[in-house]
Design a protein around this ligand. Structure first.
Ligand SMILES: [Zn+2]
Length: 153
């Protein structure tokens, strides 16, 4: 197992030590010990357990890196949130523009319908005026014919 550098001094002087009984000299426990600053993993029954204990210790640099990563993530989250808020504001203002356009379009449609009705009424007036005019012309012609007939008698 690859042992991490010493979490206290950062050196790579660590190794597994056998802890023997002072009297019988039999191995009692194991621990990983830093040869530079004497930091220890704590006593474990098996060498591998001592190595795991050693590697579990959090390195100051790792902690600082983790903290920085966390702060970056918060910054990123805030940026995304701000972008999202900006996008929402844009969408809201566009929705308002579209709403206004819809209202104006409805007004234009009503005005066009009114205009169409006016044109139809105007055409009817012109038609009826033309009709009256031809009736009047017909009447004048008849009058002249009658006048002529009286004169000839
Ligand atoms: Zn050390």
């Amino acid at each position: 197992m690859q042992l991490k550098p010493c979490p206290f001094c950062g050196e790579n002087e660590q190794e597994v030590s056998e802890l023997t009984d002072g009297v019988t000299k039999t191995i009692q426990n194991y621990e990983v010990r830093c040869g530079y600053c004497d930091a220890r993993s704590g006593k474990c029954g098996k060498p591998k357990a001592a190595q795991l204990e050693w590697n579990k210790r959090v390195n100051e640099q790792d902690l600082a890196d983790l903290h920085k990563e966390h702060e970056n993530a918060i910054g990123l989250k805030n940026t995304y949130f701000q972008n999202w808020k900006d996008a929402k504001a844009t969408i809201d203002s566009q929705a308002e523009v579209i709403n206004n356009l819809t209202v104006r379009w409805g007004k234009v449609c009503r005005e066009l319908a009114d205009l169409k009705r006016l044109v139809r009424e105007f055409i009817e007036i012109v038609d009826s005026t033309m009709h009256h005019k031809s009736e009047f012309v017909f009447y004048l012609k008849k009058r002249d014919e009658v006048k002529q007939a009286i004169k000839e008698e």
